[in-house]
Design a protein around this ligand. Structure first.
Ligand code: PAF
Length: 281
């Protein structure tokens, strides 16, 4: 497995793979890999990739001033070993200086889907994500890219960016991977105390119940969202949002029907977690 630190070397590696006819997949990550990330590698292979590139870069531009950039967990050696174990072909792990020249002044901004949900409390987050993902695409030159449904809003924004800017890249969205107890896998789970972890199970429990209720015929959206909120607050969670949106456009919905996504964000202690469930009716 090749470990690549510079954009020039990364582009040369991908050029070579492309010339040999290989289908390249990229999996952008911020490292501290867990089973959720590793499942994206499997999804890439199942989606036709011959060569898989995992990028590991804790992107400073997507963190707000009071967020956890400095303490975001990092363990490159462990990440590299996990990638090696999954037969990843290359890990691209550039420095911040390599990714952002000192006088860097260009942003990639998606202006519709990036406004609601997480953007309400993290107003500059998604322009950091779209900018870095566009840069990672241009460095790794993939045919396809895999993102997790756990970051459901992010995945829709990237799809929109790729469509709007004509990136010749297929975006594949891979299902949420959960711990045995239901908590959605996230690098931030590491911040949770045992008690906070237990309380955070209210997210998956509440979402699971909401889906079951819809499938059983419940149509009162306010009652469903109220039940989810009560479940989280009953477990000492501080709700940032619980919403019902169209699964593709992320527009709020006013009645049950079609392809829906129910995204949620809540704090357990100081840790902000997100989760969601897709429901079709
Ligand atoms: O989902 C993440 O880990 C990050 O937002 C991403 C896509 C790697 C961009 O930094």
């Amino acid at each position: 497995m090749k470990i690549i630190r510079t954009i020039a070397e990364m582009q040369a590696w991908s050029d070579e793979k492309r010339r040999s006819g290989a289908v390249i997949a990229v999996i952008p990550t911020m490292g501290f890999l867990h089973d959720g990330h590793l499942s994206l590698i499997d999804t890439a292979r199942k989606s036709g990739a011959d060569a898989v590139v995992v990028t590991i870069f804790v992107n400073p531009t997507q963190f707000g001033p009071n967020e956890d950039f400095d303490k975001y967990p990092r363990d490159f050696e462990r990440d590299a070993a996990l990638c090696e174990g999954k037969k990843v072909d290359a890990v691209f792990a550039p420095s911040a200086e390599e990714m952002y020249p000192k006088d860097s002044s260009t942003w990639v901004v998606e202006e519709k889907l990036s406004r609601g949900l997480c953007a309400k409390t993290r107003p500059t987050h998604f322009r950091g994500v779209t900018t870095v993902v566009a840069k990672l695409f241009l460095a790794t030159l993939p045919h396809l890219a895999v993102f997790g449904q756990k970051d459901g809003q992010q995945a829709r924004i990237i799809k929109r960016m790729v469509r709007d800017l004509n990136f010749p890249i297929r975006i594949v969205i891979s299902p949420i991977v959960r711990e045995a107890d239901g908590l959605a896998r996230s690098s931030r789970n590491k911040y949770l105390s045992e008690e906070e972890h237990r309380n955070a199970l209210s997210l998956s429990r509440g979402l699971g119940r909401l889906k079951a209720e819809i499938e059983a015929g419940e149509t009162d959206l306010q009652r469903l969202l109220g039940g989810l909120r009560a479940e989280i607050e009953g477990a000492n969670g501080v709700v940032d949002y619980v919403e019902a949106v169209d699964a593709e456009t992320l527009e709020p919905i006013s009645r049950i029907g079609g392809k829906m996504m129910f995204p949620v964000a809540a704090y357990f202690g100081k840790t902000r977690l997100i989760d969601n469930i897709l429901v079709e009716k």
